[in-house]
Design a protein around this ligand. Sequence first.
Ligand code: AMP
Length: 292
Amino acid sequence: MRSFFPGHMLKKYDTIPDLQHVLAYQRENKKSIGFVPTMGALHQGHLSLIEACNNACNASVASIFVNPTQFNDPEDYKKYPKDNPIDWHMLEEAGCDFLFSPSVPEMYPDESTKKIDFDPGTLGERLEGASRPGHFKGMAVVVKRLFDIVMPDKAFFGQKDYQQYLIVKNMVAHFEMPIEVVKCPIIREPNGLAMSSRNERLSPEIRQGAGIIYKTLTKAAQQVRDNSISFDQIMHEGKMVLEGLGNFTVDYFDICSAIDLKPAHQNGPDDELIVLTAVYADGVRLIDNVLV
Ligand code: AMP
């Protein structure tokens, strides 16, 4: 584990050559580089990734880039908070070494930089992909571009976006990139609600009540382990509990293979399973999952 002296300074870069210059120096000095891509509006969930990164690598790089190509709803993109000096302060406090916060033209100087020879395939069409067409393609484009720029040894992703984590792993394998993709646990608010930049948009009452999402997922995961009722019944009950409260609309509440997110079959092969849900509360989309 690394320790930080008081006054640890975050160094901030918004152009590719400037960032690559300092990272080349790190590499020459045989320092391993860890990378945490984010869209800013940081919270403890993001900072836990920085901590994991600092524990595993000699130098930590975070990026803040709100990627327009991964929002299928322009209103959602507009509402997403950007350019927040509080984020820089939080990264510095967390001991992050380098921040890369490029502009859109810096990331995408021409059309060719918006294309990659990788398709998330059917994995990108299920669950989150079903209601956000093009989302995972856009995500893969920006993560590939960031990986090409930063060239980290390890990259850290939250289990909260489990589908994203799997697709990034597939993409790294597809391009044979020498990067280890590390999955980090979900950090939660005291009531169990998975931390998310979007939680700020919830009313205090709904935010408090949204702890039920994690409780319902945990119960479903236990029922899957017990294997005493059908998976269909577990998914139906989970959905009914959440919708029964009146404040939530469930997009999906599914039991899937944790390997490829295909629907799980009861008494199927001994794959690791995962229960995932997406819920609208106050018009805000919340996602969460529990590994069985
Ligand atoms: P975002 O800024 O929302 O794109 O998230 C950046 C990274 O933080 C992704 O790898 C997310 O999975 C991760 N992340 C977001 N929320 C949490 C959380 N509550 N716990 C752990 N990781 C998280």
